[in-house]
Design a protein around this ligand. Structure first.
Ligand SMILES: [Zn+2]
Length: 457
């Protein structure tokens, strides 16, 4: 008898992030996202103790942080481990979007296995592989857009865009030999492109899926009622920036282009200049190729911060090849000090020592435009950030819109799509999805690590 299609969850199980799913149908095996969990191995590893690169996947297998499967990993990743190398037994890796909790572990996957991703994700990959390296390096990359279909054996994938805190995020409707599956990836409705998530919900519903694989980051015991939209962040940012007396600096994810635009607009409204890091600049330049995205132009709309390196003299030889084009047009710490009332500086926490060179006047404004700390590690980072902000005598402001829908809106999506089976992933509370059932029309199947979920009726 032929096996019905089956889904295996190896990550994103009772945790936020770390999505790692495998779909098997008629001998074809497809990996759906292959990310790093946010607290992966935090009992054993931290910035002091990290897995050894030389031991490939071995130091992760030790603590069950990667599934021990044959025919998936590269020969290099498996050296020194008890998993033997064999030619690929997996047909493809399909990616929802370019966040490390969905892509981070691809670096261990055999590069003979192709990666399917959205066109925008592929641009982000290009930007990062030239600069800091991308986990997709070495794989053949096949691109898709909404409206495309692609088949891998008996599986037909229909990617549909969703709104999330990085451009180029997708959900999928996957037709299998045993009915359709809908996979949400990460989504929200309250971003600038919320209508894209509604497009996904509509497409998924039409296919009457047997199974819905949905994220539930913000599904929790207490539904957090506060749901700031990106528009609200912009309004608040305009107020803060207009009211600021001297320098404004802010920490936010540079690949969240909505956030870049939010602060760019706030700068326009207050006659300030947005200054970003070289890493963000190279990404913005790449993303200009995507005509559907609104991306500020480097040099015209935003400036690039030029950090001192090695000799401190801005010599070409101090910088990586990808950084060199920005040297001539870079803005130095001294430039910023001279016109601090006219600058909005994007500064990641690891670049805070730049403040020592900038020596800003006291009384400026710092905007923490990222998630508030939700674990011990985050609290430690927040303390460090607050110490720096206090040290320079700045005012601390928290301002952020989540990349994820609040619990109640996840519930609406579940009811709207009305699949037969619901598998909650990317959530610490899969069991709480029971509250979204409005009449016993579907069954809840909280995933177990590595246990098959069948598509059989
Ligand atoms: Zn994400």
């Amino acid at each position: 008898m032929l096996m019905p299609p089956r889904l295996f969850c190896y990550g994103g199980v009772g945790e936020i992030g770390g999505n790692k799913f495998i779909l098997k149908d008629k001998g074809v095996k497809v990996v759906l996202d292959f990310g790093t969990g946010f607290s992966d191995g935090s009992d054993y590893y931290d910035p002091t103790i990290s897995p050894r690169g030389v031991n490939g996947a071995g130091d992760l297998f030790e603590f069950d942080l990667l599934p021990q499967l044959t025919g998936l990993y590269s020969e290099e990743s498996l050296q020194n481990t008890h998993v033997r190398y064999s030619e690929p037994e997996y047909d493809a890796v399909v990616l929802s979007h370019y966040h490390s909790d969905h892509t981070g572990r691809i670096e261990y996957v055999d590069s003979k296995i192709p990666v399917y991703c959205g066109e925008t994700t592929s641009l982000i990959h290009d930007a990062y592989s030239g600069s800091t390296g991308s986990p997709l390096d070495g794989h053949s990359v096949r691109r898709f857009r909404t409206g495309d279909k692609f088949t891998i054996g008996p599986l037909e994938f229909r990617p549909v865009h969703v709104d999330h805190s990085i451009p180029g995020a997708y959900g999928f409707v996957i037709h299998t030999s045993g009915g359709a599956i809908a996979y949400t990836g990460d989504f929200r409705f309250h971003g600038p492109a919320g209508s894209m998530t509604r497009d996904f919900v509509r497409s998924a519903k039409l296919e009457k899926p047997r199974l819905l694989l949905t994220e539930g980051t913000r599904v929790g015991p207490t539904d957090d009622a506060s749901n700031m939209s990106e528009t609200a962040v912009k309004m608040e940012a305009v107020k803060l920036v207009k009211g600021a007396k001297s320098l404004v600096f802010s920490t936010f994810r540079g690949n969240d282009v909505d956030r870049v635009n939010t602060f760019f607009d706030a700068c326009q409204a207050s006659e300030r200049r947005l200054v970003v890091s070289m890493k963000v600049a190279v990404l913005l330049e790449k993303l200009r190729a995507d005509k559907r995205l609104r991306v500020p132009r480097v040099g015209r709309d935003v400036d690039v911060y030029l950090r001192r390196k090695r000799t401190g003299k801005f010599d070409d030889s101090d910088y990586f090849t990808w950084e060199r084009p920005f040297i001539a047009r870079g803005v130095t710490a001294e430039d910023i000090r001279k016109r601090q009332g006219k600058v909005f500086l994007h500064l990641e926490a690891w670049n805070f020592p730049e403040l020592i060179d900038i020596r800003p006047e006291r009384g400026g404004t710092y905007i923490h435009a990222a998630t508030e700390a939700f674990n011990e590690e985050g609290e430690k980072e927040e303390t460090l950030i607050r110490n720096w902000v206090e040290h320079v005598g700045f005012h601390y402001a928290q301002l952020h819109a989540s990349g994820h829908a609040p619990g109640s809106e996840v519930g609406e999506l579940v009811r709207e799509i009305s699949a037969k089976k619901v598998v909650p992933i990317h959530t610490e509370h899969p069991e709480l999805f029971a509250r979204f059932d409005s009449g016993g029309t579907w069954t809840l199947e909280p995933p177990l690590k590595g246990k098959a979920i069948s598509l059989a009726p």
